[in-house]
Design a protein around this ligand. Structure first.
Ligand SMILES: Nc1ncnc2c1ncn2[C@@H]1O[C@H](COP(=O)(O)OP(=O)(O)OP(=O)(O)O)[C@@H](O)[C@H]1O
Length: 263
């Protein structure tokens, strides 16, 4: 497959994804394509189904309906439902990354910052200690963590630093697809702004494809080219971020947008 063709083929196709909890449809027939180097924002208020969607894509919960297909680095289209568990786990460690809202869920707190980054390189087969250490140091710098903190435990880091370390741990393997669940949630506003700038610059430099879940319109405006608006498990509006936010068509989107307008 040529590079040009691969840019025109979706990296991920979500088709009719449905997940129920009893009578509640947490995700109801959700469909979209994600293209290479695209950032797709998913917005909606608490309980609208955003995290369920992300977790279902990541294979953390079983679907009640729908199909998920992913184009791997070799250009092969994989049906994620029928993919053997071991292959899916390997994808998660190499071609995919999941940025957790709470960095403590995405880091290993009992090993050093350097080891948190180096571990993912071991997963992709790098066995050269010198290379791994050099790469970890370079990644610390890239996420603006002082290199002298390399041998410190992440538990001694601030929340913002922990989140930046989580990004380095994930991005060191150059994943194709990064799932982010409220990556700036729980941080001070000034720390959030700095982290958002960093995420934006990494997404652009590394040409990442990202699915970004948030309830913060400011975050999607800054990062996402396309947007899905969810309410009660349904996608109620979808399109280019600026179009959706500047001219919302669905009453729920209108309400979300007007709630964030400064009086
Ligand atoms: N494990 C579960 N068991 C039962 N119901 C669940 C479970 N997980 C989610 N739900 C329900 O599914 C719906 C969607 O929840 P979900 O966490 O995906 O929403 P969300 O948009 O991510 O909300 P938040 O922004 O608060 O994280 C809610 O009604 C929730 O109560």
């Amino acid at each position: 497959m040529t590079t040009e063709n691969s840019l025109l083929t979706p990296l991920l196709t979500v088709d009719g994804l449905t997940k129920r909890y009893g009578d509640i449809a947490a995700c109801d027939r959700i469909s979209f394509d994600l293209y290479p180097s695209q950032v797709l924002g998913i917005i909606g208020e608490s309980g609208s189904g955003k995290s369920t969607l992300l977790r279902a894509i990541a294979g953390q919960i079983a679907l009640d309906g729908g199909q998920l297909s992913y184009r791997d680095r070799a250009g092969q289209i994989l049906n994620l439902q029928t993919l053997p568990e071991a292959r899916r786990r390997q994808l998660m460690k190499t071609e995919w990354g999941f940025v957790q809202q709470n960095p403590r869920d995405g880091l290993r707190l009992r090993v050093t910052a350097g080891a948190n980054i180096g571990e993912r390189l071991l997963d992709v087969g790098d066995r050269h200690y010198g290379n791994i250490r050099a790469e970890a140091l370079q990644w610390l710098a890239q996420v603006e963590i002082p290199q002298q903190r390399m041998d410190d435990l992440p538990s001694t880091f601030s929340g913002g630093m922990q989140q930046r370390l989580q990004l380095a741990r994930i991005l060191v393997t150059r994943p194709q697809l990064v799932l982010m669940d409220e990556p700036t949630g729980g941080l001070d506003v000034s720390v959030q702004a700095r982290l958002l700038d960093l995420i934006r610059s990494l997404v652009r430099t590394l040409h990442l494809s990202v699915i970004l879940v948030t309830h913060d319109i400011g975050v999607v405006r800054l990062l996402a080219q396309r947007l899905l608006v969810m309410q009660n498990g349904l996608v109620v509006e979808a399109g280019l971020t600026d179009q959706v936010l500047d001219d919302p068509q669905h009453p729920y989107t209108q309400q979300l947008v007007s709630a964030t307008l400064v009086p």
